[in-house]
Design a protein around this ligand. Structure first.
Ligand SMILES: *Cc1c(COP(=O)(O)O)cnc(C)c1O
Length: 407
């Protein structure tokens, strides 16, 4: 079982004979033990590293070995443990950890693009992702075409020879549209474009994005990896070549690296992530089923419900519907009344947390968008996003029932 980890003073372990499940990998992968043989991963809270001689410093700056570090902005043993564990979990060759999910999104895009490049992106994006694609990249001369991500013909029409990259959230926030990773990847690869997937809502537990065709997978670790609302973090996963030759030089010189303390917190978060995310997804399905048909709701959106437009794709791509659902109460007034009447659910804007969280996207996370854009994306005034936590689902349902108008 310790094949995935390093024992004191040993070289990194060899691959085990039988592939281990994600649940096991999330506990053991990437461990680097110091000479003390500690059980829990050590926090190397240091910016720098000492060289025995001037010659050793020169040699390390020329080519750092696998256990050699130079400066925490470039890498750190605790951060490296997190990178190796999440890479093993995602089935990626390598990973670069970042200070937040947005540092990962912007770092992945900025590190690989230059003026004159063309990018195709789905339109239904987290507000900050939309800002990076619409405002930042275009300012540096990158051309961005936005499409309806669920429409394969739209992708086909927008991707052209010379398109450098496609970008999308595999499950969109907050409307929970599901994009076909395999089909979009096939179109992108035929044109020579790289596929970058923001995979937050799929979670590393249910993701098979790389085997489905994604070249680069991006997570906000702030969400399910921490899972307890403590820290910001992110990660860019891909081939060793992409991560070390394209992403690392950009990230290490521009400064969006993850702190060792946060990396340690995220390592501990990964150990329980499988159990947490599965329990949260089971509760989300139970709530979606129980709320379907409630007379106070015009819609219950959950990719795990048979009525969702991409239900079959969801099952094929992720196996289940995830930890987030959305309901439509019909108006801003009804949504606010419901939010204010909830006693157990917390009004906030994180997701993937142990605590169940309700968000009114139209006035918070997506407030910046013009009304036409909100309407086009399906972010209605009555929409409430529900991030399902670790509480007992019957308590969560009872609280929703008492807060919604009688149905
Ligand atoms: C939260 C989120 C981000 C940004 O992550 P931060 O850690 O808050 O920077 C990016 N994409 C999606 C889909 C998200 O949900």
């Amino acid at each position: 079982m310790t094949d995935l980890s390093k024992k004191p003073g040993e070289a990194p372990g060899t691959a085990p004979a039988r592939p281990l499940s994600k649940r096991t990998t999330a506990v053991h992968a990437g461990v680097r033990r110091s000479q003390y043989g500690e059980v829990s991963e050590a926090i190397f809270l240091t910016q720098g590293f000492v060289y025995d001689t001037a010659e050793a410093a020169e040699a390390r700056f020329q080519q750092a070995g696998p256990d050699e570090f130079i400066y925490a902005r470039y890498g750190n043993p605790t951060v490296r443990m997190f990178e190796e564990r999440i890479a093993a979990l995602e089935g990626a060759e390598d990973a670069f950890a970042t200070a937040s999910g947005m540092a990962a999104v912007s770092g992945a895009l900025m590190s690989m693009l230059k003026a004159g490049d063309h990018v195709v992106s789905s339109r239904a994006l987290f507000g900050s992702c939309l800002y990076v694609l619409e405002e930042v990249l275009t300012r540096f001369g990158v051309e961005v075409t936005f499409v309806d991500g669920t429409d394969l013909d739209a992708w086909r029409a927008a991707i052209r020879p010379g398109t450098r990259a496609v970008f999308f959230e595999s499950v969109s926030n907050p409307t929970l549209e599901v994009i076909d990773i395999a089909a979009v990847s096939e179109l992108a690869h035929a044109a020579g474009a790289l596929v970058l997937v923001d995979n937050v809502f799929a979670t590393p537990i249910f993701s098979r994005a790389i085997s489905q065709g994604a070249d680069v997978v991006i997570y906000s670790a702030t969400k399910h990896m921490d899972g307890q609302g403590r820290a910001l973090g992110g990660v860019i996963l891909g081939t060793r070549e992409f991560v070390r030759k394209t992403v690392e030089p950009y990230m290490k010189h521009t400064g969006g690296s993850l702190s060792p303390f946060t990396a340690w917190m995220l390592l501990k978060g990964l150990e329980t992530m499988d159990l947490r995310v599965r329990a949260q997804a089971a509760s989300a399905l139970a709530l979606a089923e129980a709320l379907s048909g409630h007379s106070a709701l015009s819609r219950v959106i959950y990719p795990g419900l048979p009525g969702h437009p991409q239900h079959l794709l969801t099952l094929a791509q992720n196996g289940q519907g995830g930890t987030v659902l959305a309901i439509d109460t019909g108006s801003k007034e009804a949504a606010f009344e419901t939010l204010n009447a909830l006693q157990l659910w917390t009004i906030s804007n994180n997701l993937g947390d142990a605590k169940s969280i309700v968000t009114h996207p139209a006035t918070t996370t997506h407030q910046r968008l013009p009304d036409e854009t909100k309407a086009a994306l399906g972010i209605t005034p009555g929409m409430i996003r529900l991030s399902v936590g670790l509480e007992a689902p019957e308590d969560l349902l009872a609280d929703l029932r008492q807060a919604l108008p009688p149905g």
